[in-house]
Design a protein around this ligand. Structure first.
Ligand code: HPA
Length: 248
């Protein structure tokens, strides 16, 4: 199963269990990716790993070079991408610790380099994006999550916000009215850029907090708890990935 990459989010800057073969610096027409890509072997399968925020978690969501990251992976022959993103939970099923495999996304980001079809001479192109995630890859992740017996929500709408600040309670109310189930800062433009490159891309969203106004008490986000749920959630993602690769 060659040609698969994992883009790690917060809490997944290193992929435990990955036997690292080599690191490769890739230069792209869009600038530098978040770091060198890591070629390795995970549960017997060749995998490329790239931490979205850099190996030292130094790049905030609005400064990630999403185009360079996706272009670099595609140029290395990657065809499938599993993106791991931490999110806040909006709908009731999205309690901290849950892993969700979203099937829809709404883009609330702005000012990010969001397309490869840009610049002088670029063709006017409108990619089809009705179903933003790769369904066969979603199905495989869902099957792996079930096999791993982790708390799993099998669909939902991801709200991609600009950050880096967290949202107000009113903003989350609005996202809920829009039909969003979870909120994160890195789903876009990554998902759309993957489609522009014809990559099969799906997301493992790890809920690390109740979104603003949704949690107990006055609804403030307890920042200290995020770390705990991040560690717990990423451990669950690692179990899911183990099942994913052992089934492949
Ligand atoms: N909002 C936006 N992004 C996030 C959140 C949140 O509550 N939690 C983790 N990433």
């Amino acid at each position: 199963m060659s040609g698969i990459a994992i883009i790690g989010g917060s809490g997944l800057t290193q992929l435990e269990g990955l036997d690292i073969v080599r690191r490769e610096v890739v230069h792209t027409p869009y600038g530098e990716p978040s770091g060198p890509v890591t070629h390795g072997v995970l549960h017997g399968h060749e995998v490329i790993f790239l931490p979205r925020h850099g190996y030292g978690h130094t790049i905030p969501p609005h400064r990630v070079n999403y185009r360079a990251n996706l272009w670099a992976l595609s140029s290395l022959g990657v065809e499938r991408v599993v993106a791991v993103n931490s999110v806040g939970g909006i709908s009731e099923a999205m309690a901290p610790g849950t892993v969700a495999i979203p099937d829809q996304i709404i883009d609330y980001t702005w000012g990010r380099a969001h397309t490869f079809y840009d610049g002088d001479g670029a063709p006017v192109t409108h990619v089809e994006f009705t179903y933003p995630y790769c369904e066969p890859l979603r199905d495989a992740l869902i099957a792996a999550g079930r096999a791993a017996a982790i708390p799993l929500v099998e669909r939902g709408t991801y709200a991609a916000t600009q950050g880096p600040r967290l949202e107000t309670a009113a903003e989350i109310e609005r996202l809920a009215r829009d039909g969003c189930d979870m909120v994160g800062m890195t789903g876009m433009p990554e998902t759309a850029l993957a489609r522009e490159l014809n990559l099969c891309y799906a997301c493992c969203a790890v809920v690390v907090n109740w979104a603003a106004g949704r949690g107990p008490g006055d609804g403030r986000i307890p920042m200290t708890e995020i770390e705990r749920w991040l560690a717990e959630g990423m451990a669950r993602v690692r179990r899911l990935l183990e099942e994913f690769f052992s089934a492949s």
